[in-house]
Write a protein that binds this ligand. Sequence first.
Ligand code: SAH
Length: 481
Amino acid sequence: MPAPLFPLFADLHGRPVLVVGGGAVAERKTRALREAGAEIRIGAPALTPTLAEWAELGLITHLEGEFQPAWLDDVWLVTAATDHADVNAAVADAANRRRIFANVVDDAALSSVQIPARVQRGPLQVAISSSGAAPMLARHLRERLESELDESLGPLALLLQRLRPRITAQLPDIATRRRFFDTLLQGNVPGLIRAGRLYGATRQLLCLLGAPRQRPKRGRVALVGAGPGDAGLLTLRGLRLLNQADVILHDRLVSPEVLALARRDAECIEVGKQADGPSMRQSTINALMLEHALAGKTVVRLKGGDAFVFGRGGEELQALRAHDIDYEVVPGITAALACGAYAGIPLTHRDHANSLRLLTAHGANGPSEHEWADLARPGQTLAVYMGVAGLANFAQQLITHGRAAATPAALIENGSRPEQRVISATLDTLPALARQHAVASPALLVVGDVAAHADTLHWFGAAPLRPDPADEKKPWPARAA
Ligand code: SAH
């Protein structure tokens, strides 16, 4: 096995670097080198428009014409990025003679340095190399790190850089300093930075610096939307928080696939809440959340869909605010968006619907008498949560208040999950069809012309279930495509 490459991070600031080639690849390399502050000379007969503009503005120097070894005279590094193997080889050869490191794009054998795949968060960089053995593996790893490492690491690194002299002066002992950083990184500071509260983060850090052994007394809570079920629909931030959680309080709606992504040793507590069946009282859930946060735990309150759409997220935040617990909110893909996407139902459409209403037919949030006329107006899409039990009444009310009985309507049961079913009919025929197929919660009702698109645009799981035309007294109305 050849020896692995030796990793270096080069300080190119203000140092002359040569790029040979003027095409798209050269432009990419030049861009990266400019970020590092290098003084760039670019040698090529012709440049891309962007490179030409940079040269015009004096940001880089254009050396016109074919490669000349003299271009290498006082540079620290050279990158050959031309389409011509012989030119690239000549550059590498001339650089070798002068003991200048050369990188030849896509040619590990000719390169004396390689430019690694990297993940960057402000001044913090992770560089990955397989020493040319398996570039695809390096790329795969880079993608994984890219999704795992939070963007807030950049501002955090800058904050630590700014306070470094102070931290070193105050904690000269390395072991104490290490403990300080452990406490810092497990505490509230990263979360405060994610929440855009740099001032609060700085204060918290300075406070910790005053008493490094003391763990922050309070934990924090992240209210995370888990999406509709398909784990791929969780956000990156949601995933990162699940990886950091000490305690996860989740609803029954949250799918096992999403829970499987959580930190292995996190304590998972189901605080089931369903329209039907027993459910934990909101006050009990709030109390649990507070108890763990006050004990200094990192709590993730994980909710189906989005926490702020029929998710009682607001009430939970009010409880946290009342006890001065830090929190953040991570949106999730709400059932209406997920069910629309997975059933092939665009929720707005230039021809049929220019507004979308999210509503529920259930309980205290249900429509009031004077709202019905408004809901029955055509040209809009209704996305109705918790709508299975009251479906017949809901459809009837809309028709009574003027919405056409033939308005397309669809029910999406278990949207985005492998067992998804779509029932596609019209306002007047849907209730019977839903009963016939024993549709159960969770299911979302979509009312409006756009719902008919499920018949032609469906792509996920089984095709929509439709009324049997033979059962209809009147002929099945023609559907708009
Ligand atoms: N906060 C959630 C909604 C909770 S209310 C969100 O943003 O999605 C519960 C209702 O959401 C269910 O009765 C159902 O109408 C809808 N729902 C949630 N997940 C669903 C799914 N996977 N498929 C269909 N409907 C769903």
